[in-house]
Design a protein around this ligand. Sequence first.
Ligand SMILES: [Ca+2]
Ligand SMILES: [Ca+2]
Ligand SMILES: [Ca+2]
Ligand SMILES: [Ca+2]
Length: 229
Amino acid sequence: MKIRPSRTTAVVALTVSALAVSAVSGLTAASADGNGNGNGPREVRLTVESPTNRDNVGVAGAGWMVDLGLDYDGGLAQAGYTGAQLTGPAGHNNIPPFPGTFSTGKDDRLPGLVVLVSTTNGTLPGFSGPGTNLANLFNLTGVTDRDTDGSAQIRDTWIVGAPIAGQNVDAILTVAVVGDLNGNGILDDAPGVVQDADGDGDVDRRDLEAIGLASNVERVQFRINGAPA
Ligand SMILES: [Ca+2]
Ligand SMILES: [Ca+2]
Ligand SMILES: [Ca+2]
Ligand SMILES: [Ca+2]
């Protein structure tokens, strides 16, 4: 039996939803145009759990974390998900029990993901500046929800092991999942390096959108702390 809300309940509900709408529009105003420009819902919904706007992260430029949640309408097959990973540099790279490669570029486990940091180093081996796709540096990837409608949620986490994006700097994290560029039905087409498509000297949301995306674009402004522990 359907319970009819009292007038008070209805007013409270309206107020709460109005607050929720204003909070959402305030927080995600920057991602609104990346959310499809009115082109309808995306196949993948992406959230950034860490960092959040205005966070001051890390110790001496390292030890900060990027933590993502990704919901794929088409489940693990659409995600190109090839297994859980627990990986890292040197002796941690691609070993049991959850092997996965570790380097800059496209992730072997989540091959449509692009993760950019605006201050990424351009001279360290493997790094090409702000366009460098950092997705294959993620350490921990697993499946956190599988729905009866076929969708799946994946969690993907990186603890930054070295100051590869500087210290005592303001930075912008930009994250998205690239569309199915080669038409094989799998979101496995992330580039190793994102180009400055519009030629304005940075690599940002607009350059990502020029590739073609399957998800919203999330953008977080934060600061990388240079102080010791
Ligand atoms: Ca990997
Ligand atoms: Ca594809
Ligand atoms: Ca650009
Ligand atoms: Ca730009």
